[in-house]
Structure formats: C-alpha cells, structure tokens
Design a protein around this ligand. Sequence first.
Ligand SMILES: [Zn+2]
Length: 378
Amino acid sequence: MPLTAFSTSQPGERDVDQVLARASAQFGQPYSSVDAIPEAWRAFLRTDLQCPGCFATGAEVVRGSVISKTGKSKRQSFFRFTTPGHNPYCEFDSDEAANFTPENLVSFGESRSNLTRVVRDLVCTGIDQGVFSQVTIRDMREWFYKKRVSSLFEVTLDPRWFSWIEGLRRARHAATGSLPDGVLLTQDIASLPEFDWRAEAARRVLDQHPEIKGILEIVAGQRLWFSGESASQLESLARRSRGRMVFDPNTLRIEYGKTVALAQFIARNHAPLKAEKARSLASVSVLAFSALLLFVSGWDTTKAITSFIKIVSALGHADPELGNVMGLNPFHNYETWNTMKRIQDLQLEVPDNSDIKAERVAMEVALRAQFGAPPMPA
Ligand SMILES: [Zn+2]
C-alpha cells in the first residue's frame, strides 16, 4: 500500500497531503482532515490516481496513525487499492507493503545523506531541464512492471542445494592426500603411523558415488562457488520464494550491464559523488538515476552521457520539490536472482537421504576396524 500515487489528470507522483491539497484547490473547498474527505473528492481520486507499482485505479486514502505526545504522525497516510484491487504481482499488494517502500523503488526526494542529496539535485535538474519528467519516471516503472509480468518463472530450486554441494566439495577436499588411484590399501601401508584414514575413507566414498565428480565439474564450469555468507543468503531466498512466480533477471541482462557501467562512470566522474567514494558505487540511488537516464535515451549510453553532461552543467537552479518522485532500481538483488536462476536451470536434483559426511565417517570407522588401527579420534 503505497505512500504516493500518480495523478493522471495533473501528471505527477504525490503523497496523501499533496493530493488532498490539490483536490481542495480543484473543488474550491477547504480540507480539514483525512477523516473528512468529501465523497465527490473520493470519487474523483478513485478514477484519477494510479498505484505506483501496477497502475491500478480505485485509490482510497488511509489515515496514518498518530502519536499523541508529539502529535506527529507515526505512520504517514497512504493509499489503498482494494476495488478492483492491484494487478497481479504488484509489489504493493500485501499487508506487509502498508506504508513501506518496496526495495526496488527509490525515493528521489530523499535527502538524509550527502549522497542522496547529490542524486536528488541531479534528478531535480534533469526534470527542470526537460531531460525526463515525473511522467517518464512513471512510464519507466510501467515498462519495468510489464517486463516483469511477462517474464516470470517459478522458483523450484531445492533450498538444500547449497548445503548439498558444500558437502560434496568438502568430501572431495577431504580426499586430498589419499592413496593414488589404482593403489590398494595393504596392511603395510596401513601401518604407517601417520596414515590418513580420513582421506582414504573420503576417497572410497567418492568412488562409490561416481556422479559427484561430474556434478562438481558442472558447478565449477558455471563458476557457482559461494562464500558461506552468500550461500546462506541464497539458501534463505530459495526457501522464502519456493513455489512463487518471480521475475527472471535474464530479461534485463543487457540493460543491467549498461546501467552498472554508466553508474560507475557517473560515480567516478561527478565530483560530489566521487567524494563519496565507495558509497556512490554501491548506491541504489546512483543506479536508479543511471537507469532512468538510459531509459529516456532508449538505452543508448552515448545519449545518456550527453544528457548527464547537460544536467551537470545546469546544476544548482532547480526546485528541490521536483524530486519528490519514486524512481526505480530495476536491478534490485539482480545478481542474487540471476545466480538462483542459473542454479535452478542446471536441474541438479538434490538426492534425499544423502549425507556424504556421515558416509565418510562410517567408512573411516569400518576401515580402521578392518586394519586393526586405533579407533577414530573424537
Ligand atoms: Zn499496485
């Protein structure tokens, strides 16, 4: 349930207070509170306003909650779209989305840090100079919404995939230093005081599962290795989204590459952003601004840079209010989703009841017993 909505009669993205102030001027009636909106205004807003995520109409105004002590709104008033409701896969279509900004939307009006202020100035000047407008920013969101809805895939990846592959890797690693292939373990060899029972057990378990070598080669060929942290991130994403239809990031592969390259160029060639160093490179607002420049340039990077130069040369004169608009970072979590999709496309089935580590331990216990070696250290 979004904080802002897009007015089609007076094109622009506005929050509840701004919308009601405009309605008040339009209907020539004063406006006292969100609780006392005349029915004529309500009827008008239902047809005029669009959801910023899916462009559905039928807006209703919902009052924010108020903290009594300070009198300040704890929760800002927002819009609800229940009749006829959001279009499918709208990010605002959940209770969770009440009064919250979906992660791929970027508030260009935000000015809490140096970096967001710099981007806000660029956006305001861009609007002031006619490089883009609130309407093109809205059109970009609609473009993305349509792309998304037309390229959904179902998440079927088994979340156990990551620990399964990690287990196979460990088993292979454990076999390092085992007897070379073709050499039989004899009592003489077993009597070596430092004989590595763990490695020998791992080698035998791998021999019993010849498919493991091929699986690890496929994964290595696709460069799908992860640090523990990214593996657990991916695993939890797979768990949370299993069975859901999600956007296939591959659809925007070309646009993503261009946006990242332009964002890096801008972050390194615009003095106020350069001063922010690494923050600029990682910033979603710089990415969103770059994506916007490319969108209005038909994804032509040369044109986008020309527009950027035009904006930079005119900085410092635009009204900061112009930037009160929701931008879009179509590439939120792009790499993560892309990796998920690539793994899923490999169609490597996680076997049930496979615990390679338990097999190795059991093998080591058995081998030690067979050759009269001391039992496994605890
Ligand atoms: Zn919606």
